[in-house]
Write a protein that binds this ligand. Structure first.
Ligand SMILES: Cc1ncc(COP(=O)(O)O)c(C=O)c1O
Length: 425
């Protein structure tokens, strides 16, 4: 079937504005490791997909899935050791007191649940988020989707504060003054919640600000935020749906950030493509929520999901992928900074581990977002067999976020292709 025919069927069936990548959409039919293959058998280097974290169709994960699917798949109101084995292995990777887990199927549900726990266990209802973010698609979480709402949080119980960014700093400030300026916005949000009688339940942010374009976060910002939120009785919730499972060159994004949260939400890479997600929190919070609320999630934490997620975790640990991400990520950023010296278009190279942002600007002094160039680069890279994407308020930050098995030689292919594409810009 031709691409045109598939597009027509898709529009008629799913709606004409259903999101699609690239000016000429790709018809992908197979994946293996860091590669994807289209319907014509063409190979692409996948430098975008963070869900198949340990590689597309990882054989160990596929085997774990089929083994358990052949035996039993059922909800979690019976006793089953798979959920306990995985839960213990997962929580062992967190510092105390983050020792309890609740399972869901999607990152959105995990964040929704985290909001419920915060609003149930704290006296206040207000949630602080960043002004350029996305945490999922349930009604409660959608109130925080400032990325699609012009920087505005929806509803009285949510307030957005400017995300911290040392490249495009608030009021042109630097250093400690910049940190304090961003923290002042949190103080103001808390004061407004209190004045409105809403009070504070917590702050929900990604510890690497992934959807904001992985900015360089001013020193001390996240710890300052944590201190302020807790001083007013709120919880610090880190959405690690993107930053977790070795992505940041540490097992967890909050280790990279050096700040301990009260709740961590998980998703995307957790099951390498199988829909399993959840949150990790403290006994105090999970128990006090569970005592009052009967939370049940039909598919969340079923034995197949737990076997799959457990195998993903084992692969990360057995193959030393945390160290590999740190190494290849640094190698990649070094290579991108070498390109930055040759191409004026590259204004900034940043990001932790294998979540790299390359900000394209029309000139380095004014930092005007090179939105059209970013679009051309992403499409041109695809034509040359390398899949990346773009992000950020100006849609001008190249988003480089491959499966974490990405090697130095994969990085070389990416760098050489980007060099060729930028030479034509
Ligand atoms: C940071 C973050 N949190 C949560 C979600 C929602 O996850 P899901 O699509 O699995 O519901 C996303 C999805 O893109 C995300 O980027």
């Amino acid at each position: 079937m031709s691409t045109g025919d598939i597009l027509r069927r898709r529009d008629n069936l799913l709606g004409s504005n259903t999101p699609l990548f690239y000016d000429e959409p790709l018809h992908i039919v197979r994946g293996e490791g860091v590669h994807l293959y289209d319907a014509d058998g063409r190979q692409y280097l996948d430098v975008y997909n963070n869900v198949p974290n340990v590689g597309h169709c990882n054989p160990r994960v596929v085997q774990a899935l089929s083994r358990q699917a052949e035996t039993l798949n059922i909800h979690t109101r019976y006793l089953h050791e798979a959920i306990l084995d995985y839960g213990e292995a997962l929580t062992a990777t967190f510092a105390d007191p983050l020792s309890m887990v609740m399972f869901t199927c999607t990152g959105s549900e995990a964040n929704d649940l985290a909001l419920r726990i915060a609003r149930h266990t704290r006296p206040g209802k207000g949630i602080i988020c960043s002004n350029e973010t996305y945490h999922g698609n349930t009604t409660a979480v959608d109130e925080l989707a400032t990325l699609f709402n012009g920087g505005q949080a929806i509803g009285p119980n949510v307030k957005a504060v400017p995300y911290p960014d040392a490249y495009r700093p608030l009021d042109g400030l630097q250093g400690e003054e910049l940190t304090q300026a961003y923290l002042l916005r949190i103080d103001q949000a808390i004061a407004e919640f209190e004045a409105e009688g809403i009070g504070l339940a917590g702050m929900l942010v990604c510890p690497i600000f992934a959807n904001e374009g992985v900015p360089n976060v001013p020193q001390g910002y996240l710890q300052g935020a944590a201190d302020r939120v807790r001083a007013h009785g709120g919880l610090l919730i880190f959405d690690e749906v993107q930053s977790g499972f070795a992505r940041s060159g540490t097992m967890w994004g909050h280790e990279f950030a050096g700040v301990q949260p009260d709740i961590v939400t998980l998703g995307k890479p957790m099951g390498n493509g199988h829909p399993v997600a959840g949150l990790v929190s403290t006994p105090e919070l999970v128990d006090s929520f569970r005592e009052d609320i009967m939370y049940f999630n039909t598919f969340g934490g079923n034995p197949v999901s737990c076997e799959v997620a457990h195998e993903v975790l084992r692969v990360i640990q057995d193959e030393g992928l945390v160290a590999q991400v740190a190494d290849v990520g640094q190698y990649l950023r070094d290579g991108l900074r070498a390109l930055q010296e040759r191409y004026e278009l590259i204004g900034d190279v940043r990001g932790p581990g294998l979540f790299v942002g390359v900000e394209l600007v029309n000139d380095r002094a004014s930092k005007t977002p090179a939105t059209a160039a970013a679009r051309r680069v992403v499409n041109e890279m695809k034509e040359k067999g390398v899949l990346i994407s773009k992000i950020g308020p100006g849609d001008n930050i190249l988003k480089i976020r491959p499966p974490i098995i990405f090697s130095r030689s994969n990085a070389d292919q990416l760098l050489n292709t980007l060099d060729e594409v930028l030479a034509n810009e």
